[in-house]
Structure formats: structure tokens, C-alpha cells
Design a protein around this ligand. Structure first.
Ligand code: HEC
Ligand code: HEC
Length: 284
């Protein structure tokens, strides 16, 4: 954190983006519907943002990639949801229980949860992510080992639970007990880091819609997470994606599951308020 400079000048931004080749604008009219569930890929931006509209990353992908998300049989991320269903029913830990032993209505019980996370949990006395809830149950209720963040088994379970909120509007609270953490996340979002000396905002706020090498730059929203990427043929967690972006600007990424990425996730999630929960989505 010490060496980070605060982003202020948009002229230097333009200079550091010299490696962008050409421009293209997002088509924002297209609707996404999966098996009758309408997914809002655009929404009026929350008040704290200077832009008019928030846009799902889906809009920035090619027609072929978008199409993969319009039918669950074509969505490669659903294979991992199936794996998580097996895991849901598998007994694990010292208590001899599976998720199904207690959550008897199935994962459907968690409809709406994804759309509110991260959120303050009074009983836990902290801001909780999906990964925290899964591990809380595993450790406290099952006597099982916590799952590692950003690993296949965790990402699959996050996908299964996220799917239950598909189409529901993201509604992450930013005030009250989370206000300080949200502020920290905002700070990180606008702070330049790495050898390329760039902030998240330089790409995902100032330049979405342009081409960066062969990639169409989106707003870097996380409403579609976890994301199946064609590039690595697996689910990718929010923190893994943040890590990847930091590496691309040659910055030392913060720890997955650590304080900085938790704050950043809270802030970035709230930037998507109004979009639909879309996970598991498909990206390149
Ligand atoms: C022995 C019972 C039990 C088992 C087994 C169990 N849970 Fe839970 N789970 C709970 C209870 C009770 C809560 C409410 C929070 C608390 O008191 O910890 C909860 C809360 C949750 C929540 C947060 C729900 C919300 O709306 O806040 C999630 C997500 C969750 N569990 C997922 C799982 C998953 C996934 C598994 C299997 C890996 C699992 N649970 C296994 C008892 C259980
Ligand atoms: C040099 C430009 C650049 C910077 C700086 C950058 N990213 Fe990205 N990011 C990209 C590109 C390119 C992609 C892939 C195309 C896309 O979805 O925008 C991407 C993708 C993402 C995605 C996936 C969006 C989706 O719908 O799947 C998220 C989330 C994201 N970035 C967050 C961040 C965060 C948080 C930061 C700051 C720590 C950051 N990025 C910094 C270029 C950047």
C-alpha cells in the first residue's frame, strides 16, 4: 500500500493506455434470457458512480461466447454445478452430515443470498462472503475442513448457490457497519499499482468499451461470478479474477481471501447494484 499513488489525471491514463488497439462500443440493447429467466444486463448506475449505466460483462463478449450462456446445456459452467450437487449430498466431517442433512429444502433455500453478498452478518460480527458461509457450515456444523478459496471444489459450491439467485437484482448494502470497508474498497479501486501504474478504474471505468489487445474491455462487474472462462476451461472466482488483473498490470496481487480483496469485492459488487445475478456466466 505504501508505494501506491492515487489516481487523479486522466491525461496520464490515456498515455498509459497507449497499448490499446482501436475502439469499439458495447451493444447495450441485447437481452439475456435463460430458460425463461430474464437477466438484466444493464441497469441505471448507483448514485455514487459518475457513469449513467452499469453493464454486465456478458454484453462485451462475442456473439458466440454470449450464446453459450443462453442455454444451460451449452453453458460449460453447469458441469461444475452438477459436481457441487454431488458434493451437496456427500457426507463429510466428524458429524457425519452433508449439506442436505440440514438444508433440507436443497440449495434453493439460498435464493437471493448471492445478490446481497458480501454483507454484514450480525451473528458473526463481520462482513461475510459466500465462501465464508460455506466454510462456516463446514467447520461449525459439519466438523469438516474448510474449503480453500479459489479452488475447484469451493468455486463449484459458490456456483451452485449463486445460481439460485439468477435473475435477481444485485442489492449490496454500502452503509452502516460496512461503510468503512466499502470506503477501503473504493480507495483500492482508484489507486494506481504495479509497473504499469494503473488503477482498476483506469480500465473498467474510464475505458470500458475499448479493445485491449484482442479483448473487449468491460466494466469489470462481478454479478456473473463465478465465471467459466474459455481461456482456462474452469470456474474462476472473484478474487482469482482480481488477482489476474493485478498481474496483468504487473502488480503484486493481494492475497485471495485477504482483507484488501474482501474490501474490493464489497465495493465492486456494489458497483453492480441493479444488474442481475448471472452466475455461473461464460467469458473468454
Ligand atoms: C448441521 C447442520 C448444517 C449443515 C450440515 C450445513 N449447514 Fe449451512 N447452515 C446451518 C445453519 C444453522 C446456518 C445458519 C447460520 C449459522 O447459525 O451458522 C447455516 C447457514 C448456511 C448458509 C448461509 C445462509 C444464509 O442465508 O445466511 C449457507 C450458504 C450454508 N449454510 C451452506 C451450507 C453448505 C454449502 C453446506 C454443506 C457444505 C452446509 N451449509 C451444511 C446448518 C448447517
Ligand atoms: C489494463 C487494464 C485493466 C486493469 C487496470 C484492470 N483490469 Fe480487470 N480486466 C481487464 C480485461 C482486459 C479484462 C477482460 C475483459 C473484460 O471483461 O473487461 C478484465 C476483466 C475483469 C473482470 C471480469 C469481468 C467479467 O464480467 O467477467 C473483473 C471482475 C475485473 N477485471 C476486475 C478488475 C479489478 C478489481 C481491477 C483492479 C484491481 C482490474 N480489473 C484492473 C483489464 C484490466
Amino acid at each position: 500500500m505504501k508505494k501506491m499513488k492515487k489516481f487523479t489525471l486522466s491525461a496520464t491514463v490515456a498515455a498509459s493506455l497507449a497499448f490499446f488497439a482501436g475502439t469499439a462500443s458495447a451493444q447495450v440493447s441485447d437481452a439475456l434470457e435463460v430458460d425463461g429467466t430474464v437477466i438484466s444486463t444493464t441497469a441505471p448506475a448507483p448514485d455514487f458512480l459518475d457513469i449513467d449505466q452499469v453493464l454486465s460483462g456478458w454484453l462485451f463478449r462475442t456473439p458466440e461466447t454470449r450464446a453459450l450462456q443462453t442455454d444451460d446445456f451449452d453453458n460449460p459452467g453447469m458441469v461444475f454445478v452438477d459436481q457441487a450437487i454431488d458434493d451437496w449430498n456427500a457426507v463429510d466431517g466428524s458429524e457425519g452430515k452433508s449439506c442436505a442433512s440440514c438444508h433440507t429444502n436443497g440449495p434453493e433455500e439460498f435464493a437471493g443470498l448471492r445478490a446481497e453478498l458480501p454483507r454484514w452478518d450480525e451473528a458473526q460480527g463481520k462482513v461475510m462472503n459466500m465462501e465464508d458461509y460455506i466454510n462456516l457450515s463446514r467447520v461449525e456444523h459439519m466438523g469438516a475442513e474448510p474449503l480453500k478459496w479459489a479452488k475447484p471444489r469451493m468455486d463449484a459450491m459458490v456456483a451452485l448457490i449463486s445460481l439460485q439467485s439468477r435473475g435477481m437484482p444485485i442489492n449490496v448494502a454500502i452503509d452502516g457497519p460496512v461503510a468503512d470497508m466499502w470506503e477501503q474498497g473504493r480507495e483500492l479501486y482508484y489507486t494506481r499499482v504495479g509497473q504499469l501504474d494503473m488503477a482498476c478504474a483506469n480500465c473498467h471505468e474510464d475505458n470500458y468499451g475499448v479493445m485491449i489487445r484482442a479483448d473487449h474491455l468491460s466494466q469489470g462487474q462481478i454479478n456473473g461470478f463465478p465465471v467459466y472462462r474459455l481461456k482456462n476451461s474452469k470456474l474462476n472466482s472473484v478474487h482469482a479474477r482480481f488477482s489476474g488483473c493485478m498481474k496483468n498490470i504487473r502488480a503484486q496481487p493481494f492475497a485471495v481471501g485477504g482483507e484488501e480483496f474482501r474490501a474490493l469485492e464489497l465495493y465492486v459488487a456494489s458497483r453492480g447494484n441493479g444488474l442481475s445475478a448471472e452466475g455461473p456466466s461464460v467469458r473468454n
